[in-house]
Design a protein around this ligand. Structure first.
Ligand SMILES: Nc1ncnc2c1ncn2[C@@H]1O[C@H](COP(=O)(O)OP(=O)(O)OP(=O)(O)O)[C@@H](O)[C@H]1O
Ligand SMILES: [Mg+2]
Length: 338
């Protein structure tokens, strides 16, 4: 088992798991805020130093035993789409993608890393087809993440995308669900069918936008607005609902994107309606967010617990409980089998 490192735009999270008989066991976990730029926004190596130092310190503090880590790239930097092929073998699909990828992805092939996963094979009297998830990312961005991990003194062994990791730690294996990574800069929306990622989208509206909305709506400093957001959130009764009022349009914008995602999945992919929405990321901790989204979307909303598939010391569970939703990507990364 491995170590998962989630490099967010505001916070870094790290988790180490080991494999028990039929379960994962939590070995170590930790979180640290950082003021550095996210790697995709840097031009020089020097700009990566503050982030690399935060990772190095966190790694030491939480006493991780292995230097081999896996990371996930932000969904906003990754291009993902499903492509339909006739019923072909795995190797036929791989070579078809190699030759045809150019027509599906927006980045020149020579500058991209392209991967794929077969998500479904269907065969009936009228039609037969294979649905493939195509994942592409620019080499330049991957190199920046590789660099920052190296600068922190660690060895990078696996790179995937945030929602791929999150689906591993949060998605049930017997249903179609929506998963939301509600971070600082971006809100990432996934649809997972029977534990597999089948749809993803990233929206650049999240925690920071909520804080700005409160600052503007109430005419206060952002530091203050951040405190109000965490203390009052979408609660009606506190501060006469003023914070809620300021937040409402931004929440609606996010919820409209979720609706669009559901609609797209149902109409384009003929997928079934997700049975629930699982919330993760720091912004999942905003008071009343689950009940407001339930109202907007008319769907059951729950706060995800990425440790539900992991055995932990009860004492540790208690100390993690407020922060559990932060760890969904890191836990999912650490659950990888490689
Ligand atoms: N109790 C809370 N109520 C509302 N917002 C919160 C709460 N706790 C944390 N947040 C917000 O969560 C965000 C940080 O979440 P997270 O650590 O998931 O982001 P990140 O992974 O660094 O960002 P991203 O994934 O967008 O790059 C911040 O915007 C912070 O204000
Ligand atoms: Mg994040």
């Amino acid at each position: 088992m491995g170590v998962g490192l989630d490099i967010g735009s505001k916070t870094v999270k790290i988790v180490e798991l080991s494999q028990g008989k039929n379960e994962f066991i939590l070995k170590a976990s930790g979180i640290a805020g950082h003021k550095g730029r996210p790697p995709e926004q840097t031009q020089t190596e020097k700009e990566l130093t503050p982030l690399a130092e935060t990772i190095r310190k966190l790694y030491k503090e939480v006493r991780i035993s292995s230097k081999e880590v896996s990371i996930a790239l932000p969904e906003s930097q990754v291009f993902i789409r499903t492509v339909k092929f006739p019923l072909l073998t795995d190797s036929e699909i791989a070579s078809a993608i190699k030759w045809e990828a150019e027509q599906y992805i927006p980045i020149p092939i020579s500058e991209a890393i392209v991967q794929h996963q077969i998500i479904e094979r269907k065969e009936d009297i009228t039609s037969s087809q294979t649905t493939v998830l195509l994942i592409a990312v620019s080499k330049q961005i991957v190199e920046k993440y590789v660099k920052v991990v190296e600068m922190a003194g660690l060895n990078l062994i696996v790179v995937e995308t945030e929602l791929m990791s999150m689906v591993r730690s949060l998605a049930p294996s017997d249903q179609t669900v929506l998963i939301l990574d509600f971070g600082a800069k971006s809100t990432d929306i996934a649809i997972a069918k029977e534990g597999r990622l089948v749809f993803s989208r990233s929206v650049l509206t999240a925690g920071e936008a909520f804080t700005r909305a409160i600052a503007q709506g109430l005419g206060i400093e952002e530091i203050r607005a951040e405190e109000y957001k965490k203390a009052y959130g979408l609660s009606e009764s506190l501060l006469e609902g003023k914070v809620k009022e300021a937040l409402q349009p931004t929440v609606r914008l996010v919820s409209d994107e979720i609706k669009k995602a559901i609609h797209f999945y149902q109409s384009e992919e003929r997928g079934s309606t997700p049975s629930s929405l699982i919330l993760a990321g720091g912004t999942a901790g905003m008071p009343e967010i689950a009940s407001v989204l339930t109202k907007f979307l008319n769907i059951e909303v729950v706060i995800g617990n990425p440790f539900s598939k992991v055995k932990c010391d009860p004492q540790v569970v208690k100390s993690l409980s407020d922060y559990a939703s932060y760890y969904s990507v890191a836990v999912g990364l650490a659950m990888r089998e490689e």
